[in-house]
Design a protein around this ligand. Structure first.
Ligand code: GLC
Length: 477
C-alpha cells in the first residue's frame, strides 16, 4: 500500500473514536492514586536566567559542572536547567532543601498554575471523558490544589472529615501545597555562562520538584479507609507516583517499605470489585533500588503497565538487559523497543503492557487477556485523538474539545515506525498485517500497534503520557 492508502486505511480505523468515548460513561468507578500536585509553569529565556545568576551572585562554576541529579543548593536548580536547555531534553530533579524551594518561589515565581502529577492529570482526564465516579487521592489538598481539579461532580476526593466531596471544592486548609516548577525553554534560545554560550536545540522543560509528602508516598488515611469500604467499586485502579521514592527516605525509613505498604492497601481496595484492572504508570524513576523493587515486587500484582521510551530503557537496565538498553538508547526506534518489551514481558509476566513513543503506541499482551486486541486498538485510537486535542488546544477541560482532532490523518513518522515494527514482529513471531490493521495474534501473544496523530506545534506536552495510557486502557471497551 502507498502512504496515502495507508493513511486512508487508518482514518477508517480511527472512526470508532467517538463511539469509544461514549462508552466510557458506562464505567462506574475508577481510582487514581497516588500523586496529585501543583505544577507552577514558567517560560524562561536564556537572558532572564543570566540576570538571575548575576543578581544573586550564584557560582557559575557549579552551574556548568556535571554532578548528581539532585537539588541541594540554589545553583543546582540552574545546573539542572542548563543540563536540559543545552541538549533540549526533559528531566525532573528533586529539591531536597526547603531553603532552595523558598528561594525559587521568591526569585523565579511562575506564570500559571496547573494540575500536576500523574494521579491528578489522569483523574481530570477520566472525569472529563465521562467515567461515572472518579476517586482521586491527594497527599495534600489545600484550596490551591483542589481548584486545579476540573469542576465536575463525578470527580471526588476525601475532605478534612474523611467524607467524599467534589475535589474542586475540597479545602484541607491545614495542608501545604506541593509545588513542582515546570521551567520551559524555547528552541534556538541562547544562554552565556562563564563566557561560554549554549544554544538550545529543542523546546523542552526542566522540572524542579519540592514535594516532601509525595517523596515518601504519603497516603491520606481517610482516603485509604474510604476506598476499602464495600460501597466503592473501582473497575479500574490507576497507580503512579512511586517514581519520587528513594531507597533511603529522610525520616530514616526505606522507600521499598512504602511500596510494600501500598501493595497491601490496594489489595484491600480491590476486594469490593474483584474483576477490576490494576494499571501502573511507571514514570521516570531515578532510584534504581526503587525501580527494581517496583518491577520485582509491585508488578506481580499489576495487570497492566504503561511506559515511554525512556522508562522502558530504564526497566531494561534493572532486569539484566543492559546491552539491549544501550542499543535502545543509541537507536530509539520501534524495532529495538519492541525487543525490549518482549524481554520485560518475559521477566515480569505482566499480562499487558503499553509503550507510548513519538508517533506510535504499541501494546503487547497475553493471548486472551480480558481486553481484546480490537478493543485495545479502539482504545489506543481514542487515546491518540484525545492526546492530539490536548497538544493542539492546550487543555482538554470540556467534553466538546476531546474529539477536536477526529478527522486528522495519522503521521508519516508513525507509519514508518509501524513498518519497521511489522518487520521485527515478522522476524520474531511471524507474518502479519500490522501496517494496515494494527493487530497481530498467535497462540500466546497479541501485539496491537497504532500510529498516532502528530500536532505540528504542540501548545503543551506535560502529562501527555498519563493521558495516553489511561485513555488507551479505559477507552478500550
Ligand atoms: C511528574 C511531575 C509533575 C508533572 C507530571 C506530568 O509527575 O512531577 O509535575 O505534572 O510528571 O506527567
Amino acid at each position: 500500500m502507498s502512504l496515502s492508502e495507508l493513511k486512508a486505511a487508518w482514518l477508517e480505523n480511527y472512526k470508532t473514536a467517538p463511539a469509544q468515548l461514549e462508552k466510557m460513561s458506562e464505567i462506574n468507578g475508577l481510582i487514581s492514586a497516588f500523586n496529585a500536585n501543583v505544577d507552577a509553569v514558567i517560560k524562561v529565556s536564556g537572558k532572564s536566567i543570566e540576570t538571575l545568576i548575576a543578581d544573586n551572585n550564584l557560582d557559575a562554576n557549579i552551574i556548568v559542572s556535571e554532578g548528581e541529579k539532585a537539588i541541594r543548593k540554589n545553583e543546582d536548580a540552574l545546573r539542572g536547567f542548563l543540563h536540559c536547555f543545552k541538549s533540549g531534553i526533559a528531566e525532573e530533579w528533586l529539591i531536597e532543601e526547603v531553603e532552595v524551594f523558598e528561594w525559587l518561589n521568591k526569585n523565579v515565581g511562575y506564570d500559571k498554575m496547573q494540575m500536576g502529577g500523574q494521579g491528578g492529570i489522569v483523574a481530570n482526564v477520566m472525569a472529563v471523558c465521562g467515567v461515572k465516579q472518579v476517586y482521586v487521592h491527594c497527599a495534600s489538598a489545600p484550596k490551591e490544589q483542589g481548584q486545579l481539579f476540573l469542576d465536575l461532580p463525578n470527580l471526588v476526593t476525601t475532605n478534612q472529615k474523611g467524607d467524599l466531596q467534589q475535589a474542586y471544592t475540597v479545602d484541607r486548609s491545614a495542608e501545604n501545597a506541593l509545588i513542582h516548577w515546570i521551567i520551559e525553554f524555547d528552541k534556538g534560545d541562547t544562554i552565556t555562562i562563564n563566557g561560554e554560550s549554549y544554544i538550545c536545540p529543542k523546546a523542552n522543560r526542566f522540572i524542579a520538584t519540592y514535594d516532601p509528602l509525595n517523596f515518601k508516598l504519603h497516603v491520606d488515611q481517610n482516603f485509604d479507609s474510604r476506598m476499602s469500604k464495600e460501597d466503592i467499586n473501582p473497575e479500574y485502579i490507576i497507580l503512579s507516583g512511586y517514581q519520587m521514592l528513594q531507597e533511603n527516605l529522610v525520616d530514616g525509613t526505606k522507600g521499598t517499605e512504602r511500596i510494600d505498604l501500598s501493595k497491601k492497601m490496594i489489595a484491600e481496595w480491590r476486594k469490593s470489585c474483584p474483576n477490576n484492572l490494576l494499571h501502573l504508570e511507571v514514570a521516570s524513576t531515578q532510584d534504581k533500588v526503587i525501580r527494581k523493587h517496583l518491577i520485582d515486587s509491585l508488578v506481580e500484582s499489576v495487570d497492566s503497565l504503561g511506559f515511554n521510551e525512556r522508562e522502558l530503557i530504564d526497566i531494561l537496565e534493572v532486569i539484566g538487559e543492559e546491552e539491549l538498553a544501550a542499543r535502545c538508547e543509541e537507536h530509539t526506534n520501534s524495532s529495538n523497543l519492541f525487543e525490549g518489551m518482549l524481554k520485560i514481558y518475559e521477566y515480569t509476566k505482566c499480562p499487558r503492557m503499553q509503550l507510548h513513543m513519538f508517533g506510535l503506541y504499541v501494546t503487547l499482551q497475553q493471548k486472551g487477556f480480558k481486553v481484546s486486541a480490537l478493543q485495545n486498538r479502539n482504545g489506543m485510537q481514542l487515546a491518540a485523538t484525545v492526546a492530539a486535542a490536548k497538544a493542539g488546544t492546550g487543555a482538554i477541560d470540556t467534553k466538546d474539545v476531546l474529539l477536536w482532532a477526529k478527522n486528522h490523518e495519522v503521521s508519516a513518522v508513525g507509519l514508518n515506525e509501524l513498518k519497521a515494527l511489522s518487520q521485527t514482529v515478522k522476524n520474531h513471531l511471524g507474518d502479519n498485517d500490522l501496517l494496515s490493521t494494527g493487530i497481530f495474534e498467535n497462540k500466546d501473544l497479541e501485539v496491537i500497534a497504532v500510529p498516532t496523530i502528530l500536532i505540528e506545534k504542540p501548545v503543551t506536552l506535560v502529562g501527555m503520557g498519563d493521558t495516553i495510557s489511561s485513555v488507551s486502557l479505559v477507552g478500550a471497551l
